[in-house]
Ligand binder design. Structure first.
Ligand code: PLP
Length: 394
């Protein structure tokens, strides 16, 4: 029986929230190795290998800093290493996580300019370009975008954000949150000219929560020289200095690094393009099920569909939270709740990380049984529609 399970339930729990995702057994076994001396000679060998290997998933040749922290810590690290109190930044309110990042920036005495959306699409690239063109004095120091908005299932086009910044001829830094996209959706730190990529362990990287990341461009590193926000724990400088020999300035999360090493091996053995195609396919199968049931996906722009999760809108008068409760109670599956203004309006199906066709069919079957049990009117056969798509696109 799992820890803290309130009632005995046979069979494996389906953890289909959009992160933390399911951790592969191989990764769990890697964590089960004895903790080693983080100042001893072997640690440096492991540290160097992992720090090098992790660059592949960010598609960067630059530094990747690893923190023993959740993604929120890596948000803060990105801001405090590059900015000063009173600096203006451009942020895009694509959903709940963009909102939280905006709130953090404000608390750090950064001054965000905020581009709103209806939470049904990714960042508004034309609005970003227009704001940057208006800013002739280059007062805006950074553009901050959440790549995959986990609250809505909308993925912003970072390649287009880069093009918009270039078209405006604006020198702002580009900071991107890939906490729920890295290792699930195509992402290219170097090619897209991103200055800080923020990520976390518990989603596409298939690890438990507990590690977070900053991939840092040369331009971002240069910005630290003039950035005046106070920083100590999050300071890149001592990290990068210690990392050169595979060590960390404080006690690292040793067993999580074993896990990261193994998860990276798994992702790279599958091939990142295959990993992304697998996620695309599962997302499309899920959307087919949703439409068949007669519901809308939260993301209204097909160019912004997320391959990591699907947020499903229930018809007016039906409670997404009650549905999730029924599914957990009857079928032992956790689905994501609606966040902020979407609370009770949507539920979110996570289809990211270590995930195969049969798990998806089980997940959609569980949702469909839940809809019936909760008395929510729908057209049955959504899981079947997904199966037809999956078997035709094996
Ligand atoms: N950004 C995004 C896109 C997220 O999905 C999350 C968490 O789900 C966060 C930031 C916050 O990360 P954490 O909860 O690991 O601190």
């Amino acid at each position: 029986m799992a820890y803290f399970q309130s009632k005995p339930t046979a069979g494996r729990h389906f953890l289909q929230i959009p992160g933390p995702s399911n951790v592969p057994d191989r990764v769990l076994r890697a964590m089960d190795n004895p903790t080693m001396d983080h100042r001893g000679p072997d640690f440096g060998l492991m540290g160097k290998a992992v720090l090098e290997k992790v660059k592949a998933v960010f598609k960067t040749k630059s530094h990747v800093v690893i923190y023993p922290a959740s993604g929120t810590g890596a948000w803060e690290a990105a801001l405090v290493n590059t900015l000063s109190p009173g600096d203006r930044v451009l942020m895009c309110e694509t959903g709940w996580f963009a909102h939280l990042w905006h709130e953090m920036a404000t608390r750090l005495q950064i001054v965000p300019d905020y581009i709103r959306t209806d939470w049904r699409r990714g960042a508004d690239v034309a609005a970003i370009e227009a704001k940057l063109r208006e800013d002739k004095a280059h007062a805006i120091k950074a553009v901050c975008v959440v790549h995959n908005e986990t609250s809505t299932g909308c993925t912003s086009r970072i390649d287009e954000v880069r093009k918009a910044m270039d078209a405006a001829g604006h020198p702002a830094l580009l900071l991107v949150d890939t906490i729920s996209s890295l290792g699930s959706i195509d992402y290219r730190h170097d090619e897209w000219g991103v200055d800080v990529t923020i990520s976390g362990s518990q989603k596409g990287l298939m690890l438990p929560p507990g590690l977070s990341f900053n991939a840092v461009s040369a331009k971002a590193l240069k910005a630290t020289e003039t950035a005046k926000l106070p920083r100590a724990f999050w300071d890149w400088k001592p990290m990068i200095a210690s990392n050169a020999t595979g060590y960390f300035p404080y006690t690292p999360a040793t067993n999580m690094l074993y896990a990261l090493d193994t998860a990276l091996d798994m992702l790279l053995a599958e091939g990142l393009d295959n990993v992304f195609a697998r996620h695309d396919r599962h997302a499309e199968a899920t959307r087919r099920a949703v439409r068949h049931w007669g519901f809308e996906v939260q993301c209204a722009d097909p160019r912004h569909y997320s391959s990591a999760l699907t947020a499903v809108r229930l018809p007016e008068g039906h409670s997404a939270n009650a549905l999730r409760g029924t599914i957990l109670e009857k079928f032992n599956m956790s689905l994501g709740n609606g966040l902020g203004q979407l609370n009770d309006r949507v539920f979110r199906i996570g289809h990211l990380g270590d995930f195969g066709d049969l798990q998806l069919v089980g997940t959609l079957g569980g949702v469909e049984m839940g809809l019936r049990a909760a008395g929510i009117p729908h057209k049955s056969g959504g899981a079947q529609a997904a199966m037809e798509y999956l078997s035709g696109n094996a």
